[in-house]
Every structure is written in structure tokens, then in C-alpha cells.
Design a binder for this molecule. Structure first.
Ligand SMILES: Nc1ncnc2c1ncn2[C@@H]1O[C@H](COP(=O)(O)OP(=O)(O)O)[C@@H](O)[C@H]1O
Ligand SMILES: [Mg+2]
Length: 338
């Protein structure tokens, strides 16, 4: 449904997009994930038609749209600040685009009813935006795009204005709604948890380049680089020489390339009798179902470890532990590193 092929974009001498290539299947939700300034919004705006690439092409539904203006691309765009009309009711806001298209009144009413039901706002139809919560306003903005049945829905940091709890709830709701409608969507976020929640595939970006484009479990389990490993989830990245010293149940960690070891892959044994790698607990905190620790090794390396509370009693700060690797197969080598 969407193809960006080798897209490059400069702003003056700033090379903002570097050979960006992604393809999005029909009905798929893809997220552009990366730190502020890495080029996510610019790539999204290229897809929408608000920016034109310097080189490369954009294809929507098998049509080359690289030179087409936004209004001829059939995309819906949901912005961070909602941009609702304050003097119009929720229903009028949602109806606006259909009215502009001179759609018949009865059709407008039916379509608006349907989409308000979809986003659970039926009872708010006659209210004005300022009397709604942030989450409700966000759903109006979503409804206003969806009512036009665009081929593609684009969302740029749509949940930034929401507080953490509501934000998490809206992510789940968005995922359910877009999957229910079956629309193809590209979302932009700097929040890795949000990307994991809403996406079929994630394009991790840094400095204008796509670092890895894969399903959430692939990104987490098989990160393509130290950057991706560190950006999505927490990661210990150890030189091979240090990693080889850890004991494992059934397999050595010998090989080449630094290893990515997720915090949940460490086991911490309170006994200091064994011959394995030892460390000191220097920080402990409860995350809810698990305890998170920082463990200082003799050479000063700090490891992050995450231990389910039903696996082990909490360890005290200051105690010495022996560290082993639970599943060596889950450690990911990074080619081209030591
Ligand atoms: N219209 C513009 N003119 C000049 N520079 C821009 C413009 N839009 C974005 N940039 C620059 O391009 C880079 C990428 O910006 P952006 O795509 O907004 O990143 P992100 O959305 O990942 O935070 C930044 O360095 C930003 O300052
Ligand atoms: Mg942005």
C-alpha cells in the first residue's frame, strides 16, 4: 500500500533523510520510532505530500505519488495538537470533511454516527471540544480522519499531550480501532513502549537512516545494532571478552561480536561460594511484577538485571551475588564489534 524507495531529503546543508526505504502492506500498522530530530516527521510528511524528497520515490496503492500534492494522495493525517475547531460540536468537527466534499446530509449523519460509535464518543456528539478530556479530543481527531475512509492514516506523535496512564490506554484503543477498520497506518513516536503496543512492524530510525525495519518481537529479540538494542527495551551490551566469563546452563558464550544481554536473562544467586562472575547489588527497585537491580562488577561495569518476584526473594543493596546467564541463545551478537 505504501512504498518509500531510497528517499533522501536535505534542509539546506542538513541531510535529514538518508536512503529511507520502507514498504507497508495493506492493513498494516507501521511505526517510525526514533529520538527527537532523527527525521521521523519529515519522512511522514513526505508520505503525506507536505514535503517533496530530493531523490527517491513514494508509491501509494501502486501509484507513484512523489510529485502529487497532499490533497491528491487520499491520506488522513492526525496531528499532535488535534487541531479541532473549537466553535463546532464533536459531530460537526467529524462531519466537516464530508461536508466539504458535498456529501449528502443523510449519508453524513450515518457516517458520523458510525465513526463516533467506533471511537466510543456517541454520547459526546453535541459537546464542544473544550468540554472534553485530552483522550476524548484525541479520539475526535481520529474520528475526523477515519470518517473520510482514507487509503492511509498517518499519525504524528498523536498521544504526546496525554498523561502516562491515559496515553497507555489510548495506544491499546488505537491498535484495536485501526485493526477493526483494517486501515493501513503509519505512526510516528519517540516512545518505544508505544511502538511495541501499536505496531505490526517498527522502523527504528537514527540520524535520518532506517536502522532496522521488523516486527516488534524481532526488534526486541534480534536487534540489528547496539543502537536498536539500547533504544527498544533495556540492554546490557558487553564486549565478548567480558561476556565469555559468565557461566551458562548448557552452552559457552564464545564467539565474535559484542553481546546484547537483556536484563531478564541474568540469574542472580545470593551465594558467593561458586566460581562464577560476582557482583555487588548497588541499586534495587520494584517495577511491579519484577525487581530491577544494578549490579557492579569488579571492573566497574554496571549490569542491569530484572528478576521476577516469584523467582526470587528481593536482594538487598550491598549484597554480593553470583551472576549467570539463563538462556545463552537469547544473547544477540553484534557483528563488527569486539
Ligand atoms: N522545515 C524545516 N526546515 C529546516 N529544517 C527542518 C525542517 N523540518 C525539520 N527540519 C530539521 O530536520 C531534522 C529532522 O526533523 P524531524 O523530521 O522533525 O525529526 P523528528 O520528527 O524525528 O523529531 C531536524 O534537524 C530538524 O531541525
Ligand atoms: Mg517529529
Amino acid at each position: 500500500m505504501i512504498e518509500a524507495n531510497g528517499v533522501n531529503k536535505h534542509f539546506g546543508s542538513n541531510h535529514v533523510l538518508r536512503d529511507c526505504t520502507i514498504s507497508v502492506d495493506t492493513g498494516e500498522v507501521v511505526t517510525l520510532l526514533g529520538a527527537s530530530g532523527c527525521g521521523k516527521t519529515t519522512l511522514l510528511r513526505c508520505i503525506a505530500g507536505f514535503e517533496t524528497p530530493d531523490s527517491g520515490s513514494l508509491v501509494l496503492a501502486n501509484q507513484d505519488v512523489t510529485r502529487l500534492p497532499p490533497n491528491r494522495r487520499d491520506v488522513g493525517f492526525v496531528f499532535q495538537n488535534y487541531a479541532l475547531f473549537p466553535h463546532m460540536t464533536v459531530a460537526e468537527n467529524v462531519a466537516y470533511g464530508l461536508k466539504a466534499r458535498k456529501t449528502a446530509k443523510e449519508t453524513i449523519r450515518a457516517e458520523v454516527d458510525k465513526v463516533l460509535d467506533l471511537v466510543s464518543l456517541t454520547e459526546f456528539a453535541r459537546r464542544y471540544p473544550k468540554s472534553l478530556s485530552g483522550g476524548q479530543q484525541q479520539r475526535v481527531a481520529l474520528a475526523r480522519s477515519l470518517v473520510l475512509h482514507p487509503k492511509v492514516l498517518l499519525m504524528d506523535e498523536a498521544f504526546n499531550a496525554l498523561d502516562a496512564k491515559l496515553r497507555g490506554a489510548m495506544q491499546i484503543e488505537l491498535r484495536k480501532i485501526v485493526k477493526h477498520v483494517g486501515i493501513t497506518a503509519v505512526c510516528v513516536t519517540h516512545d518505544q513502549a508505544e511502538a511495541l503496543t501499536i505496531s505490526d512492524r517498527i522502523a527504528v530510525m537514527a540520524e535520518g537512516r532506517i536502522q532496522q525495519f521488523a516486527a516488534p518481537d524481532q526488534i526486541y529479540d534480534k536487534p540489528a545494532s547496539a543502537f536498536v538494542a539500547d533504544f527498544v527495551g533495556a540492554a546490557n551490551i558487553l564486549p565478548r571478552k567480558s561476556a565469555e566469563r559468565f557461566k551458562t546452563a548448557h552452552k559457552s558464550l564464545n564467539g565474535s561480536g559484542a553481546l546484547v544481554i537483556r536484563p531478564e536473562n541474568f540469574a542472580l544467586s545470593p551465594s558467593s561460594q561458586g566460581g562464577g562472575v560476582k557482583g555487588e547489588v548497588v541499586f534495587a527497585r520494584l517495577t511491579g511484577p519484577a525487581m530491577e537491580y544494578e549490579i557492579a562488577l569488579a571492573d566497574g561495569t554496571i549490569l542491569r538485571a530484572l528478576v521476577d518476584r516469584d523467582r526470587q526473594e528481593p536482594l538487598a543493596v550491598g549484597s554480593t551475588v553470583e551472576i549467570t546467564i539463563r538462556n545463552p541463545d537469547a544473547c544477540v551478537p553484534l557483528p563488527g564489534t569486539a
